[in-house]
Design a protein around this ligand. Structure first.
Ligand SMILES: [Zn+2]
Length: 218
């Protein structure tokens, strides 16, 4: 037994947040499609995540894939390919991740048919974003809430694994941007929306905020 302050200090140090294994696994599989298994291994080694090389998390919902691991992978992409190159790869990985997310999570949430429902586009977007946010809130320790302002719909990540314990002069949660782009593409049957991270915890902001244009660009 320690003093109350010691216990609080310890809790602060030890606090660890997780994605379910399934989410970690599909991010790595999506990355593999883009950079090949050797490319992913190189990133994992650079990130000092040797335990994941050739040993992806199992396909279950146990919360064992740490925010630290996801963030270290994002950081390694920037280190290996430069900020621009890393951003491009993370965006593509995010887009690729969607197809697995759709298969693995959407049936559970009961919106597999959302894209073909006869609803106005704005309504579909709102329903879609709400369910996507719930998916993270329910299955992982990532906290997402939705907002709206004159610029668009806001995807506000209050606890973010992409930039967990990182510092960056520019927003760096590109994986989330790519995933949202592809999710919106699906909901709207191929329309394109402007999706941009306007604030990032790694940059010193309170939240990682992604702004989605209300009207499609195409
Ligand atoms: Zn972030």
């Amino acid at each position: 037994m320690g003093s109350v302050s010691q216990i609080i200090a310890r809790a602060g140090e030890d606090v660890q947040y997780y994605y379910p294994n399934k989410m970690g696994r599909i991010v790595l599989i999506a990355m593999e499609e883009i950079m090949g298994p050797h490319g992913v291994n190189a990133i994992l080694n650079l990130a000092h995540l040797h335990h994941l090389v050739g040993n992806y998390p199992p396909n279950n919902l146990k919360r064992e894939f740490t925010f630290f691991e996801l963030s270290a992978i994002q950081k390694a992409l920037d280190e290996m390919y430069g900020v621009r190159g890393g951003r491009g790869l993370a965006l593509r990985a995010g887009r690729e991740t969607w197809k697995y997310a759709l298969k693995e999570f959407m049936p559970v949430l009961g919106i597999s048919d959302l894209a073909s429902r006869r609803l106005p586009l704005a309504m579909k977007l709102k329903v879609g974003l709400d369910v996507f946010a719930q998916t993270f809130n329910k299955f992982s320790d990532q906290k997402v809430r939705l907002g709206e302002d004159e610029d668009g719909y806001l995807w506000i990540i209050e606890r973010c694994p992409m930039c967990w314990q990182r510092t960056s002069p520019t927003p760096c949660c590109h994986l989330a941007v790519g995933l949202l782009e592809q999710a919106l593409d699906w909901v709207s049957k191929g329309r394109r929306f402007r999706v941009k991270e306007s604030a990032c915890i790694a940059k010193g902001n309170e939240t990682c905020t992604i702004v989605i244009s209300k009207k499609p660009v195409i």
